[in-house]
Design a protein around this ligand. Sequence first.
Ligand SMILES: Nc1nc2c(ncn2[C@@H]2O[C@H](COP(=O)(O)OP(=O)(O)OP(=O)(O)O)[C@@H](O)[C@H]2O)c(=O)[nH]1
Length: 637
Amino acid sequence: MNLLSSIREIAVLAALPALLVALALFFAWPPTLALPLLLLTAVLSALLRLTQLRRQHAVQSERQQAFMQRLIDVIPQPVYVKDSAARYLMVNQSLANRLGREPAELIGCDSCSFLSDTELIAHTRQEDAAALSGARITAELHDTDPLSGKPRDRLIMKGTCLNAEGKPVIVGANFDITHWREAEQALQAVLQREQAQQLETRAWLQRLIDVIPYPIYVKDADSHYQLVNQAFEKDKGLPGAELIGRTGVGPVHPDRLAQVLTEDAKVLRGEPLRKEEHRAHARTGAEVFRIITKGVCTDERGNTVIVGAHVDITELRQAQRHLQEALERETGLRQRTEAFLQRLVDVIPDPVYIKDSNSRYLLVNEAFAEYRQLDRDFILGPNFPFHGPTTPARAQSEREDQAVLGGQEVVKEEHTIRKGTGEEVFRIVRKRRSVFFDGRPVVIGIDHNITRWRVAERELQQLAQEDGLTGLANRRHFHHEAERAIDLAQRYQQALSLILIDLDHFKQINDLYGHHAGDLVLVETVRRLREGLRRADFPGRWGGEEFIILLPHTELAEAVQVAERLRAAVGDSLLQIEGRQLAITLSAGVAQRRIGEGLESFIARADSALYVAKNEGRNRVLAEARPADMDSRATVY
Ligand SMILES: Nc1nc2c(ncn2[C@@H]2O[C@H](COP(=O)(O)OP(=O)(O)OP(=O)(O)O)[C@@H](O)[C@H]2O)c(=O)[nH]1
């Protein structure tokens, strides 16, 4: 373009001679003068313009040079232009600074003249040659800074181009990348340290989770395993290396996989998972109960990861199931045993109960409920007032319960009169410590009702001692009491007398009115005899219609008086028997015990007196001897 504009300018300048020619022609200058003048003018104009153009071009080149110099001076790294002989054509300030010279001093100098290392010089020449042959060189060089003596890293860039004169020149730039490299190395070191730390952290994390005995894993946000512990490997039957990066293990059912992925997505959305799973183990087929937990956290690289754990609770659940079954069996057995026990104790006719340590009834039989006149369910139920007001009897019973629980055994007889009915009850209360189904110490009690036996015993005793018809002591009982009375009389030197009575002609009563009438006569006679006796006197039935009376602290005379009174009580008024009025008399023999005399002899003497009374006509009292104050009606033989 510059050339074209120059040509245009020359053309303009050429127009000037043409104009002169035109003027010469117009003013009719002689051609001999006009033509050379015109030619001269044209040459001078052309020379003038050429000089002007050269000057302009030189100024422009200079400006360009200066501009390029300023341009490369701005570059903080050494930049240069060398000719094919390695002489500097242009250097920037940075290069000059590095070489410790002014840029102008360097122009024309061989670039290798500043190098001392022959190897480096050879290398530089090789590069220059390569650049000149068209290669673009980009090389990194690590050497020692010849000025500072410090190691340095440089990026050597060389290329070639044609200068304004069309000659090839080498354009180079040496970038000092020592700081970059140092920074890079530092960064690298940091990265390596961080990587080592990461590896160390991972290894530690691995060791840590390997200690945990149940499967643990870490998955990335795409549900790929990132970290698994040994328990997890064992559970899956695969080494960790084969698990890392996978989503599922083995042939996973699509539904199952979809479920896992849905769960993972929820967990990633911030909904932690905790569920119990009961299924067949995917690999072994064995029944497994597991608590599955999943949550999220951020790993050491800042990524959100899923942390999952499977806690195997199979043994626990199976043990619970076995326990439950055992419990159900036990409960069934216990219920059957309890029912059997209930039936068993219900058979027992005596009240039976089991009480706990608070004296609360745990089991009672029908007889107990009946005896207490309460409903059994009420006794065993929560409303039974076992904590109510304490009566002395109840306090005593609770004390006994505690003693029994302490290991003692209670066996006692109780005699109670039931309220309301006044019924007399004899019981043998037996309490013993035992252990209930559930292991509690309990009191087992049985109230053996012996009322029947006690009453029967009493009746038997009475029968053994009493005469069944008259209620008087029978002969054996009288004998026993008489012996005791003799002992007392003997010991205390007391008087003791005896009356032996026999009804007169009693046989006739039987014969005339019957045996029953005879019995009634005997009963009425005894009633009258009893009325005539003192409390201390002891009457007995000695035989069929024979009666005997022991009179303690009684002298013979007094005894005769008593006998006489008895005789009168029976014989002086008629007996009302079955609508008839019967006259009955009695004969009596009286004796006072002699000192040292035994019962047999004592009775024998009274009997002798009776015998005499009978023989002497009956209806009389006879004593062996007549004391001074003896009743006149009593006969003494
Ligand atoms: N009804 C009745 N009679 C009895 C009982 N015990 C004895 N006897 C009768 O009493 C009668 C006694 O008769 P005896 O021994 O001959 O005496 P007695 O007729 O009273 O004549 P004496 O004693 O000689 O006055 C007998 O007929 C017996 O059968 C009894 O418990 N009830």
